[in-house]
Design a protein around this ligand. Structure first.
Ligand SMILES: Cc1ncc(COP(=O)(O)O)c(C=O)c1O
Length: 369
């Protein structure tokens, strides 16, 4: 038996769309990417979307567009994929790590408030596993404190907060379209904003800060008006993204069905991430169970040895080999509890049969304890 943690959800339509782009002779970022951006705007109701080549680039683009840089502090949870932290370091700003609530795995406005200083320029909460953060709470905090709110919603495409699609709120958010996500372009991501000014800056930053799309007919030379880098995506990936966009709701429904099966199958044996009422749709990039800390590794090994691929999301950033010297002496009990106890089970692209097999494996392990 071999059950992948996640699989690409690509069918004939994605293949056809990619080949059609190749046949046009224009494969780099162009008209198809523009259509993909408009499609995401319509789906999320965000005013402006800038598609880039991955979710990390989306975070960097969003921060640069908001004028964040050297000397600025950005508040971010330690319990996140390392890209949230590394993107802040990459622009010369200082990540200020905060704890997370071990029940919901997300950080909270109260935990962020404690770390605000005169140097705080932005708060970057993260939707862990795609689960929406307390958006109203964070928007209120950011407004009161006069700081920028950038939501790392990398895993959240297809999720909903109080019935509204993720990405369509007043603050800036970012998505990732990496192959594990509910909307996949192999690698890819985007910045979503309700500000025309930020949107325009993002489009310039992803292209080395160029003022406008280059056209030899109009411009005799390239004009660079912002600092930027090459964060462009290809039209081949955007064509795949357009097909995926039409399937994202179905993909999220399927993930929710598998999660219900896991929860029913493992009821009473483990704790799960608590889903607050304001989360009206959890897109489930991943689904995790909380084992006892001293038994977690034994269960993880049992699953892997029996062919079920798992992940641990995540060892908090302040404990990572490279990062621990940057955050010496930091103890964050909530982040560390999740990091020590959780196991993320196979989900994306899995069949119901595969989920039943994983449940059986886990129950067998429980019996032997
Ligand atoms: C919370 C979070 N932020 C950022 C990223 C970075 O996205 P990408 O891998 O597309 O660069 C990820 C990717 O999984 C993520 O989970």
């Amino acid at each position: 038996m071999r059950i992948s943690w996640t699989k690409p959800d690509f069918g004939e339509d994605e293949k056809k769309a990619a080949i059609e782009v190749v046949n046009t002779g224009w494969v780099t970022q162009g008209k198809v990417t523009k259509r993909f951006e408009e499609g995401i705007e319509e789906y999320t109701s965000a005013k402006d979307v800038t598609v880039v080549n991955n979710g990390t680039a989306a975070l960097i683009t969003a921060m640069l567009a908001h004028g964040i840089g050297k000397g600025d502090e950005v508040i971010v949870p330690s319990l996140t994929f390392i890209a949230s932290i590394n993107s802040i370091i990459s622009i010369g700003a200082t990540p200020v790590l905060i704890d997370s609530d071990p029940k919901i795995w997300n950080t909270t406005p109260d935990l962020a408030r404690e770390k605000i200083t005169p140097k705080t320029k932005a708060i970057m909460p993260v939707d862990v596993g795609g689960m929406p953060i307390d958006i109203e709470g964070f928007e209120k905090l950011a407004k009161e404190e006069g700081v920028v709110l950038i939501e790392d919603a990398a895993a959240a495409p297809g999720g909903e907060y109080k019935g509204k699609k993720m990405g369509g709120f007043d603050h800036t958010s970012t998505f990732s379209f990496h192959i594990a996500k509910s909307l996949q372009t192999i690698e890819g991501g985007c910045v979503l904003t309700n500000s025309d000014e930020i949107g325009e800056k993002c489009k310039s930053i992803r292209n080395h800060g160029m003022s406008a799309p280059y056209s030899a007919k109009i411009n005799l030379h390239y004009d660079y008006v912002n600092y930027g880098l090459n964060f462009r995506i290809t039209d081949i990936q955007s064509a795949i993204g357009l097909v995926q966009l039409s399937k994202v709701d179905k993909q999220v429904e399927h993930r929710n069905k598998l999660v219900r099966m896991y929860k029913e199958g493992l009821d009473g044996e483990f704790e799960f991430q608590t889903v607050p009422d304001y989360v009206t749709k959890h897109p489930y990039l991943f689904f995790g169970i909380m084992a006892d800390a001293d038994k977690r590794d034994s269960l993880a090994k049992c699953l892997v040895n029996n062919g079920a691929d798992i992940r641990v999301c995540w060892l908090p950033a302040h404990l990572q080999a490279y990062h621990k010297s940057l955050f010496k002496g930091l103890f964050l009990s909530g982040a560390e509890e999740v990091g020590n106890r959780s196991i993320e089970l196979p989900l994306g692209g899995c069949t119901e049969e595969e989920v039943n097999d994983v449940v059986k494996l886990i129950k067998g392990w429980v019996k032997n304890q």
